[in-house]
Design a protein around this ligand. Structure first.
Ligand SMILES: [Zn+2]
Length: 83
């Protein structure tokens, strides 16, 4: 996967996460440094999850099935959501 594609996949993954009712960053505006830090960790965890997902067979299968390059297998979706 090229870097450009990777960026696109991450953007799509984040969009998919934002569409999840329980994950609305607009409702959790970081106010303190701690919260900002948590926000950063959250962001990098999503990046990590998507990075390992790009090498995952189940994710690849899901992408093929859905035609959505940002699709994740249930395991990686959970990781990306921090569950
Ligand atoms: Zn996966």
């Amino acid at each position: 996967m090229s870097r450009r594609q990777q960026k696109k996949v991450i953007a799509q993954g984040v969009r998919a996460l934002r569409a999840t009712p329980s994950w609305d960053p607009a409702r959790h505006r970081p106010e303190s440094t701690t919260e900002r830090l948590r926000d950063e960790i959250e962001r990098s965890r999503i990046g990590d999850a998507l990075e390992s997902a790009s090498a995952c067979e189940a994710c690849g299968k899901r992408r093929e099935e859905t035609g959505d390059p940002g699709a994740l297998c249930p395991d990686h979706l959970r990781t990306a959501l921090g569950l």
